[in-house]
Design a protein around this ligand. Structure first.
Ligand code: ZN
Length: 250
């Protein structure tokens, strides 16, 4: 049995649409989180696929071998990102649903206690007891469950993170990132493959590093340096491995 039933979710959604100007404190933060997750996924796709194709290109000039490695790496990486994200978001969603179900039970069994509790929360936020009581009364009359979910749990019951959506977006962002080194190594003439890929990847990492630093409000120079050094190291190591494997004819 679903703990949050569909009718409630739909009711809350149409409520939101009816009041498009209602401020939603969590909206911007969660959108930034999504954007940040997307950039990190792309970053993963760039670095792991670049390492893979540079390693294979160091061992062989055969285009089909490089392409096969690149596409396999892309598929494996995108699927593993999606699976990991699905599991972690599902776990989070389960615990959010359990909290919401508990809140719903409490509202049903002890409505008076819950009303006092809600008023207390608004007193804690700085309202006078009389105003807090009025706010709690009106919110309870309007939609007690949503009011409690937001005030007590910081959750919007109509907007829990969807694990499929999270899985899909990390797979897509990884794929977009992975396409860059694959194209960079296949498009130029054979002798240019590795240097072009190296430069293209480092430029892309400067970009993703500075975007994610900006989104996370951290020092952009340090973030860019970290991600560029990491990417360069990954390619240098797999290039070395590919050379050894290629020369020794493994
Ligand atoms: Zn409550």
């Amino acid at each position: 049995m679903l703990l949050v039933d569909e009718t409630d979710e739909n009711a809350a959604t149409s409520e939101n649409q009816a009041h498009p100007h209602e401020p939603h404190g969590n909206g911007l933060a969660s959108r930034l989180n999504w954007l940040r997750a997307g950039v990190l996924g792309a970053n993963d796709g760039i670095v792991s696929t670049a390492g893979l194709v540079v390693g294979v290109a160091a061992a062989t000039t055969t285009t089909s071998a490089i392409l096969t490695a690149g596409i396999s790496g892309l598929a494996a990486g995108a699927l593993s990102m999606a699976a990991g994200e699905y599991v972690s978001v599902s776990t989070q969603r389960d615990s959010e649903r359990a909290l919401l179900a508990k809140e719903r039970r409490e509202l049903r069994d002890e409505p008076d206690f819950e009303l006092t509790e809600l008023a207390q929360i608004y007193v804690g936020k700085g309202l006078s007891p009389a105003t807090a009581r009025l706010v709690a009364d009106e919110l309870t009359a309007h939609d007690a469950f949503t009011a409690h979910a937001e005030a007590e749990l910081g959750l919007d019951p109509s907007d829990l993170t969807n694990p499929w959506q999270a899985a899909g977006s990390s797979a897509i962002s990884f794929t977009i990132g992975a396409l860059l080194p694959i194209l960079a190594i296949l498009l130029p003439p054979v002798s240019w493959r590795i240097p072009v890929t190296f430069v293209a990847v480092l430029i892309a990492l400067i970009l993703t590093g500075s975007i994610s630093a900006r989104l996370g409000r951290s020092n952009p120079r340090r973030a860019v340096l970290r991600v560029v050094v990491g990417g360069a190291l990954a390619m240098a190591v797999t290039y070395g491995i590919g050379q050894v494997a290629g020369v020794s004819g493994l």
